[in-house]
Ligand binder design. Sequence first.
Ligand SMILES: [Zn+2]
Length: 238
Amino acid sequence: MTVFHDLLVVQDHDTAADRLRHRRQTLPELAELSATEDELARLESALGEEEVRASDAARSQRRLEAELALVESKVSELDAKLYSGAVTVPRELQAMQSEGDALRGRRGSLEDEVLEAMAARETLDGQIAALERGRTELDARGVALRAAVAEGQAGIDRELSDGLTARGVAAESIPADVAALYEQLRARLGGIAAAPLVNGRCGGCHLDLPATEVARLRKEPAETLVRCEQCERILVRP
Ligand SMILES: [Zn+2]
């Protein structure tokens, strides 16, 4: 056993930790949570729009009801005057009757408009209630997903922490210059800095080394650091 065999153990721990960190960032619940949050944002915005429309509809209903009340009071006023006997001139009576007819016509169409406004409000209120139910469901889903994410991440964190401890033990024997080269290569070569040499093949780039190179490496002392001439990784001889 050489320090390079320990380096391979360190590499295995680092590769496993990289995979765990990747898994931590790509938990399926995280994607679901993000989709749920997007859906919630869309729903909130739709709800906001519906609430504006509902408040416009309520205002318009109140305006129509006020106008209707005014027309109704004019009709009663006119009727009272008509039947009081105070007006006797036929032309005036006729004028009052046609004003009364016009007011009653206006009252009829206002009543229709009030009914329409009420129906519109009811529709909007129904839509708002449905959106609010949807929001409640999405909120609950978000809470459940956040809990699942936290649980999944906690499990991964425990594995990461155990792996880090084991890595620390394996790394104890590795000289600082080898460790520095290892880290530098790891950053540059997709996380793999040390690879075993198996049957003349580099375990990092998976290319066969030329036979002359294999023969040369065989002659190098076991404690000499050797590297793959193709991918530059530290080669660990059996
Ligand atoms: Zn290689």
